[in-house]
Write a protein that binds this ligand. Structure first.
Ligand SMILES: [Zn+2]
Length: 572
């Protein structure tokens, strides 16, 4: 791999040095890889479809008909017959929590625990195999799956975990349940005050029930043991393998710690980083990147930094997304601004410094006022620093105020959205915020109509990383509970073409890489995915069942369903 990349550089270098006539007499190098007989959807408007593609080193050198690409074939070219299957650019997941996702593949799994009893049973089973001093963490539980839905309490699991500290999070990451051992270790009692941006859920007597929301989770996190280097490395490798098997060739990693970025750097040096990474550490650490002097999208094809992740508010599932008006089902609350927003001037100041330094800002904002307040700051930045190609992002952009679509477009903010959340939250959003606000929820079509750039992702591990499930969600909007088979707010459905574009070019644009990847075009990185089915022609309801046959990253085959046997696509 490294060798052929060097060869390409050498070849291009030679061309540049030789006089034009001599260069033309040089024999054309043979491709390292040729994929023929494919149904290629290029996501390149100049040539939307093709049959074959040739790759030299890690770049695409030709795209066209089988006959047209054949001239790139040499004695050592690897030729893959795609047998008429659909070839797309590799998927670029614009919002993941990669290392925690990888760790969670080994953690307890509670997402599909459909009752409190099942929840407690799994925690008890896990406690039996957890060594002394180790915590039970992860989990991704979903209280909305219980009938009736209600938050768990420490009492549910205390008896099965008398000596094991437990801190298991809700799948949206905005609440977690601690057992009594964990609360004791954190020194958390009825006397502990709610921290800014956080809530300690209490019973009628003021005692903590075990559930902590948003910033309150930090009270427990700070007493949990840090992951070791080996644990991080293992988690990263799990995540890379998972991404490869799902056809995900690029990820944009939100909130990585510096130790996490160091792991990617180590994997890169070892030439085993098989997913391209753009990392956005928290804006609370803005001064570090300002000090180094790097700007947005700094780095190489495999690892970039230069973005910052900020938090405006919480989540809809935890009733902490911040709205102009109270929650329909909880009239006493409008949600919770994050601790980074208290006071607002704190966020304003950090974002101003980030932008002045040329760093890209990606802000988690879900409730309509949570989004609106960030647009206010973005607008101030443009006023103070002038127009530039800065590509502000709002992550999730779930519940829009009607007045803000135009502003979103004018400020050229990218909507970095996760369609799976729509078919998941669609189960309960209307009860929580009422019909009117729900009409502007996950409003992908309205965004496109306003000329807003969409980038697709999953928020893995909050949602499954599977791109076909995500595309299915955007195209069908069929909620997971089966209540809206024809789509929940169907006027917001996208076409398969639009969904694929958002997942490839859209996400590449969101990380300033639209010239390097996002389409199958000559000169671009050879990141491609071969699918079992033609998702453009099968019934939309079948898209989620399509499988990834092969994944190519920079021309190397990093996933092959033939040679590795059947890969069980779990819900993860
Ligand atoms: Zn996230």
């Amino acid at each position: 791999m490294q060798k052929s990349r060097l060869f390409l550089i050498a070849f291009l270098g030679t061309c540049a040095l030789l006089p034009k006539v001599a260069a033309q007499t040089q024999p054309k190098p043979a491709a390292d890889l040729i994929i023929t007989n494919a149904k290629i959807w290029t996501v390149d408007q100049s040539t939307p479809t093709a049959e074959a593609v040739a790759v030299l080193g890690d770049r695409i050198v030709a795209v066209g008909s089988n006959a047209g690409v054949a001239s790139w074939r040499g004695p050592n070219s690897r030729v893959i017959d795609a047998a008429g299957k659909l070839l797309l650019p590799g998927f670029n997941d614009a919002h993941v929590h990669f290392l925690s996702g990888g760790s969670n593949l080994d953690n307890i799994y509670l997402y599909d625990a459909a009752s409190p009893e099942e929840f407690a049973r799994r925690v008890g089973e896990r406690a039996k195999i957890t060594s002394e001093g180790e915590w039970i963490e992860g989990g991704n539980w979903d209280d909305m799956k219980w009938i009736p839905a209600h938050l768990p309490t420490k009492e549910l699991i205390d008896s099965v975990t008398p000596n094991t500290p437990v801190f298991v999070n809700r799948y949206d990451g905005h609440m977690a349940l601690a057992n009594s051992v964990a609360l004791r270790l954190a020194g958390l009692t009825s006397k502990t005050a709610d921290p800014p941006g956080g809530t300690i859920v209490r019973d009628a007597h003021g005692n903590p029930t075990g559930v902590l929301k948003d910033a309150a989770m930090g009270l427990v996190y700070k007493v949990m043991p840090e992951q070791t280097h080996d644990q991080r490395l293992r988690a990263a490798k799990r995540a890379l393998a998972h991404a490869a098997a799902l056809g995900v060739t690029s990820v944009q990693v939100m909130n990585p710690s510096y130790q996490e970025i160091a792991i990617y750097s180590e994997l890169l040096v070892g030439d085993v980083l098989t997913t391209r990474i753009y990392a956005a550490p928290l804006i609370t650490q803005v001064d570090d990147q300002v000090k180094i002097g790097i700007r947005r999208a700094f780095g190489g094809p495999y690892l970039r930094i230069g973005a910052l992740k900020a938090y405006s508010d919480g989540s809809i599932g935890s009733s902490t997304a911040y709205f102009f008006d109270p929650y329909t089902d909880q009239p006493n609350t409008r949600g919770l601004l994050s601790d980074e927003m208290q006071p607002l001037s704190l966020m304003h100041d950090r974002m101003m410094r980030a932008d002045a330094a040329g760093l890209q800002i990606c802000t988690h904002a879900i409730g309509d006022e949570g989004i609106s307040l960030i647009l206010d700051i973005y607008s101030d930045i443009v006023k103070s620093h002038g127009e530039s190609d800065r590509r502000f992002r709002i992550e999730h952009a779930q519940h829009m105020a009607a007045k803000d679509f135009d502003r979103f477009a004018q400020l050229r903010v990218i909507a970095s959205v996760q369609p799976y959340h729509a078919i998941d939250d669609g189960r309960f959003v209307e009860t929580r915020i009422g019909h009117d606000r729900a009409t502007r929820t996950y409003a992908f079509r309205t965004f496109l109509d306003h000329g807003v750039h969409l980038a697709f992702g999953t928020d893995w591990e909050v949602a499954p990383m599977n791109p076909l499930l995500t595309i299915y969600a955007a195209v069908t909007r069929a909620t997971l509970d089966g209540k809206y088979p024809d789509g929940w707010f169907p006027e917001q459905k996208l076409t398969v073409e639009e969904a694929v574009r958002a997942y490839t070019m859209g996400s590449a644009y969101a990380e300033f890489q639209e010239k390097e990847k996002g389409s199958i075009s000559p000169g671009k990185l050879a990141d491609m995915v071969l699918l079992s089915d033609d998702i453009f022609s099968i019934a939309p309801s079948e898209i989620r069942a399509a499988k990834v046959l092969k994944t190519f990253e920079g021309g190397r085959l990093i996933w092959d369903s033939d040679s590795r046997g059947k890969y069980e696509l779990s819900d993860r």
